[in-house]
Design a protein around this ligand. Structure first.
Ligand SMILES: [Zn+2]
Length: 73
């Protein structure tokens, strides 16, 4: 791999990491999957939004993703 390619690859990885961190801090964080699921269920009951919980590699917690409409999660 040319040095330039490595630099580009590295910059790309950093941009990806930064984006992931941004998403992480902007989202609600849960300590456990059970907690995340409970909130997802509650949101579905109240707002009809379909949320999926996933394990976050950044903070080692759980976040919710998905949903429809104006939500920006
Ligand atoms: Zn996170």
């Amino acid at each position: 791999m040319a040095e330039r390619d490595i630099e580009r690859w590295f910059a790309d990885q950093q941009a990806r990491d930064a984006r992931r961190r941004e998403v992480c801090v902007s989202k609600r964080r849960f300590d456990s999957e059970a907690e995340a699921r409970a909130v997802a269920l509650w949101d579905r009951t109240r707002f009809g939004t379909e949320l999926t919980c996933y394990r976050c590699a950044e903070c080692d917690g759980w976040h919710l993703t998905g949903g429809r409409g104006r939500s920006h999660g």
